[in-house]
Design a protein around this ligand. Structure first.
Ligand SMILES: Nc1ncnc2c1ncn2[C@@H]1O[C@H](COP(=O)(O)OP(=O)(O)O)[C@@H](O)[C@H]1O
Ligand SMILES: C=C(OP(=O)(O)O)C(=O)O
Ligand SMILES: [K+]
Ligand SMILES: [Mg+2]
Length: 588
């Protein structure tokens, strides 16, 4: 039996209207949809053993009849938005679904895309356009904007997910306590000309901001710099030489002219090297960052990215803080690799984190630019070895802040990150305040798909030695299963890998193998599903499933077939973390 039902107001236990079911007190069935607000219900099959008698009863009524028609339990219930009637019971990203139908399995995009949200993209329609364009994760940068502003963005993304069936995750990025300029008193930028004398001061400035005067956020600034030091704005976009110190004011002569942007990063260099003593003393997580982190936990963000990580300790500390604060929800902590210290302690930091970001903006201000590409390659490789998702960020399409097409060099840079098989690519200014956010996202999307296909078809991926990551015997079994399943999938040229995973761990182990086919990851919770949206090649679905793989597969096949996402004859390999096995089969 398969029928669609309409849900009506729940009091405490969920009620459904079941038009043709005879009044009965003991018919039980797996109810696939949870009938919370405006959700519809689909019943696919009647099975008396499927439900837990201790959970809520489902009252069915219709055609003048009513009665207890079944029981809902956490294991056989999943939410599907109300727009999603018809073959409901499974949640997948609306965009991915369309892509799958249009292009088939093999050509779905594997590389995930992150957009920094800013004034150019914070409207509901703008966010929707990005989601439609393939944004998997929305990043909010706590360096800019107020908490109220960020709250509004989060609410809009959540509403979009709920109303339109997206699974866009939220990443909150901390400000960190590196030295940066003030916000220019509301000016969008300030031009520094060659030879001009500018004052950098730790004094609070009156508005309007005095001419050629810049506030610096760090109180020790005037003490720390020395006459003769070189002051670099944003890693060298503009350069000054320190010529005089007068109390809290530091007078500098502009030696490389350019545009100063609000809150631009400042570094100072002495005898050709970066002065780092002070940075080493600043806390990685400032008191303002802790407040932002509390805000992020309360808002239920999926990821918190920590700026200027220096050691694994800070990550461990934050993870235990999050665990104590947000019982049950597991927010993933992403370490931003953007300082010399983070490179020195790379393995430990990544091991302690749930993922890493190659934050090339600041990294390029701390190490010579020509060392950034090899650092990127190394970080991507370590993350893959340790099974942590990795994001390549900053200046991927910088020129698209102003122009509607990228430079050839930018396309080559994006291709290289895709070729390295990074999990995700990130837009910063291009989407936050650029003139062509959607076009920039489209470039990431099309370049990713094209390069992935090319490298896959040409079999150009050098095999990577993947060291064991499992710490328990059971973990090792899961890992072996995933490694073997991925290899079988490539050798047998299967259409898709299916993974049934409650925590997402098995899905990430499969993703780590970077198989040729896409990975359909079925998970029971919305939060795991959104978190998986950052990882290479995973198409995360939310689905209620049981320990019985046979019935899980049958249910998945019928739901996906009903939506036109798979068809009879497709070859699939399925693994699960409930039953440690590999199954190979054709979709019936
Ligand atoms: N919430 C925001 N409010 C205003 N401007 C923002 C916001 N987020 C980002 N921006 C703008 O987008 C630019 C690029 O974003 P991002 O790379 O995240 O920051 P930054 O340049 O400070 O590292 C910022 O320099 C800033 O001008
Ligand atoms: C992503 C980065 O961090 P932020 O944009 O916060 O400076 C970076 O420095 O590359
Ligand atoms: K930041
Ligand atoms: Mg940075």
């Amino acid at each position: 039996m398969s029928q669609s039902l309409q849900f009506f107001t729940p009091s405490r236990s969920p009620y459904v209207i079941l038009p043709k079911l005879p009044a009965t007190s003991n018919v039980r069935f797996p109810v696939i949809n949870f009938p919370s607000r405006k959700h519809s219900i689909t019943i696919t099959k009647c099975l008396s053993s499927d439900l837990d008698a201790t959970s809520s009863q489902v009252l069915a009524s219709g055609n003048g009849q009513s009665g207890v028609a079944g029981v809902l339990s956490a294991d056989n219930v999943a939410a599907v938005p109300s727009h999603d009637s018809g073959a409901a019971g499974i949640e997948v990203d609306a965009v991915t679904e369309a892509e799958l139908k249009e292009n088939g399995f093999r050509s779905t995009r594997r590389t995930k895309l992150i957009c920094t949200i800013g004034p150019a993209t914070c409207g509901f329609e703008q966010l929707e356009a990005l989601a439609v364009g393939g944004m998997n994760v929305a990043r909010i940068n706590m360096c800019h904007g107020t908490r109220e502003w960020h709250q509004t963005v989060i609410e809009r993304v959540r509403r979009l997910n709920e109303e339109k069936g997206f699974a866009v995750a939220i990443m909150m990025d901390t400000e960190g306590s590196e030295i940066h300029m003030g916000d220019l008193g509301g000016d969008a930028s300030a031009k520094a000309e060659d030879g001009e004398i500018w004052t950098f001061t730790v004094r609070a400035l009156n508005s309007p901001r005095p001419e050629r005067t810049i506030n610096v956020n760090y109180d020790g600034f005037a003490e720390d710099v020395k006459v003769g030091d070189e002051l670099l704005v944003d890693g060298g976009m503009v350069r000054f030489e320190v010529i005089e110190k007068i109390g809290p004011d530091v007078k500098c002569r502009c030696t490389d002219p350019g545009l100063l942007l609000p809150r631009a990063n400042l570094t100072f260099w002495r005898d050709g090297s970066l002065v780092r003593e002070r940075n080493a003393m600043l806390p990685t997580i400032s008191s303002k960052d802790w407040l932002d982190i509390d805000f992020g936990i309360a808002a239920g963000v999926e990821f918190i990215a920590i700026s200027f990580v220096k050691s694994a300790e800070v990550i461990k500390h934050l993870k235990s803080y999050i665990a104590a604060r947000s019982r049950g929800s597991d927010i993933a902590v992403i370490a931003k690799i953007e300082s010399i210290d983070s490179l020195k302690n790379l393995e430990e930091i990544i091991q302690a984190s749930d993922g890493a970001m190659v934050a090339r903006g600041d990294l390029g201000a701390q190490i010579p630019l020509e060392q950034v590409p090899s650092a990127q390659q190394k970080i991507v490789q370590v993350c893959r070895e340790l099974n942590k998702p990795v994001i390549v960020a900053s200046q991927l399409l910088e020129s698209m802040i102003e122009y509607p097409t990228p430079t050839r060099a930018e396309v080559a840079d994006v291709s290289e990150a895709v070729r390295q098989r990074a999990d995700a690519l990130m837009l910063s200014g291009e989407s936050a305040m650029g003139q062509f956010p959607e076009k920039a996202l489209a470039v990431l999307r099309t370049v990713s798909v094209r390069i992935e296909k090319w490298w896959r078809e040409e079999k150009r991926h050098e095999a990577m030695e993947l060291p064991d990551v499992g710490t328990s015997f059971s973990d090792s079994i899961s890992e072996e299963i995933c490694n073997s399943a991925a290899k079988m999938a490539n050798n047998l040229e299967v259409d898709a890998l299916f993974v049934y995973t409650k925590t997402g761990h098995m899905a990430s182990l499969l993703s780590r193998c970077r198989p040729d086919c896409p990975i359909f990851a079925f998970t029971t919770t919305t939060s795991v599903r959104r978190r998986l949206n950052l990882q290479w090649g995973l198409i995360p679905f939310r689905l209620s499933f049981s320990d019985d793989m046979e019935s899980n597969l049958n249910k998945t096949f019928s739901l996906l077939k009903a939506r036109g996402m798979i068809k009879s004859g497709d070859l699939v390999i399925a693994v699960s973390d409930m039953l440690q096995s590999i199954q190979v089969m054709n979709v019936p």
